[in-house]
Design a binder for this molecule. Structure first.
Ligand SMILES: NC(=O)C1=CN([C@@H]2O[C@H](COP(=O)(O)OP(=O)(O)OC[C@H]3O[C@@H](n4cnc5c(N)ncnc54)[C@H](OP(=O)(O)O)[C@@H]3O)[C@@H](O)[C@H]2O)C=CC1
Ligand SMILES: Cc1cn([C@H]2C[C@H](O)[C@@H](COP(=O)(O)OP(=O)(O)O[C@H]3O[C@@H](C)C(=O)[C@@H](O)[C@H]3O)O2)c(=O)[nH]c1=O
Length: 291
């Protein structure tokens, strides 16, 4: 029986893992968010992992406020990098492994074909910068059996995300402008949660490996917004605008597609098309919020 710690468990991915954890009876799960375990508190991290004899840490905790990170770089760095160091050090010492989640925002977005996991990184914002530092820290400390899973444009019925923002704005407004020249792939956190629990709890690799997991397909934020309105049956007209017409504090990569070939070769996984997963998520939300 392996003991698994899920940090950041009140966020999107952590909540989705909690939803399905009972389907994995060979593992004991502990779910913590900042109130139960602040991962930037080194002593608390060591004590929790030792006291609870943790074998695997699924690190879902992160600083994810992309624009705010530009004005709070120290806090973003502390959560996205320094805390990863604490987790990795204790994992290394006590033979635990880490499943660490990272982002498409480690890339510069200047590519014209999907980024391979080993493609040079060059983030265009502070959030991406701190997430990249966290990746490097984990690789340097190298607890065995550990992986980095980069994903993109995550949404869920839990937590905050683009889908919920669009549903709210779509209900309030008749018109909405959304950027069409940033492209990537939306990822339903429920799909990623299932991938992780199905495939990543018995890994034996000696070196930290990096994989890309997103839903299938490709779209712009504009396409994503249009589809959200359509699936939710909202009467809001979405217009495409260029990035230059929607100034934000943080820059964002124009091109975020990530190549999933190595993940598909190494794991027996069927990945869903983004529109199909979006429909599932909105249907789930409709039951609870009566759209
Ligand atoms: N959201 C996205 O679009 C994407 C996310 N990712 C990555 O996926 C992972 C999961 O993301 P997601 O589920 O969306 O993130 P969320 O922001 O939904 O959840 C993160 C959780 O971590 C908590 N947290 C923050 N600081 C600490 C701390 N010091 N100790 C413990 N918990 C803390 C947050 O609490 P609070 O809310 O109170 O701050 C929140 O509950 C992250 O690594 C993220 O970088 C990658 C690509 C896309
Ligand atoms: C609300 C809104 C956003 N946008 C644009 C701004 C931005 O370019 C894009 C997405 O906006 P958001 O701020 O919701 O998304 P953002 O926070 O940048 O999302 C990112 O979060 C981090 C955590 C990740 O790791 C990334 O993979 C990615 O999901 O949509 C519009 O064009 N119109 C709008 O009305």
């Amino acid at each position: 029986m392996k003991n698994i710690l899920v940090t950041g468990a009140k966020g999107q991915l952590g909540s989705e893992i909690r939803e399905i954890a009972s389907q994995y009876p060979d593992f004991t799960f502990g779910f913590t968010d900042i109130a139960e375990l602040d991962i930037t508190d080194k002593n608390a991290v060591v004590q929790f992992i030792v006291d609870n004899n943790i074998d695997i840490i699924i690190n879902c905790a992160a600083y994810t406020a992309v624009d705010k990170a530009e004005s709070e770089p120290e806090l973003a760095e502390k959560i996205n990098n320094t805390a990863v160091k604490y987790l990795a050090e204790v994992a290394k010492k006590y033979c635990s492994s880490i499943i660490h989640i990272s982002t498409d925002y480690v890339f510069d977005g200047k590519n014209f074909q999907p980024y391979m996991p080993d493609h040079p990184t060059d983030p265009v914002n502070m959030y991406g910068e701190t997430k990249l530092e966290g990746e490097k820290t984990l690789k340097k400390i190298n607890p065995s059996g550990s992986v980095i899973i980069r994903t993109s444009w995550v949404y869920s019925s839990f937590g905050n995300n683009f889908v919920k923002t669009m549903l709210r704005l779509g209900g309030e407004r008749k018109n909405l402008n959304v950027i069409y020249d940033q492209v990537g792939v939306p990822t339903y956190a429920a799909d990623l949660a299932k991938f992780i629990l199905d495939n990543c709890l018995n890994l034996q690799n000696e070196e930290v490996k990096t994989y890309h997991y997103t839903n299938e397909g490709v779209c712009s934020w504009y396409d994503f917004a249009k589809e959200i309105m359509e699936v939710a049956n909202l009467n809001c007209k979405v217009a495409p605008i260029p990035t230059a017409s929607y100034p934000t504090r943080a820059n964002r990569p124009f091109y975020s597609l990530m190549d999933k070939t190595s993940l598909k070769e190494e794991f027996d996984v069927e990945i869903l098309y983004w529109k199909d997963s979006l429909k599932d998520c909105i249907e789930k939300m409709a039951v609870s919020i009566k759209l």
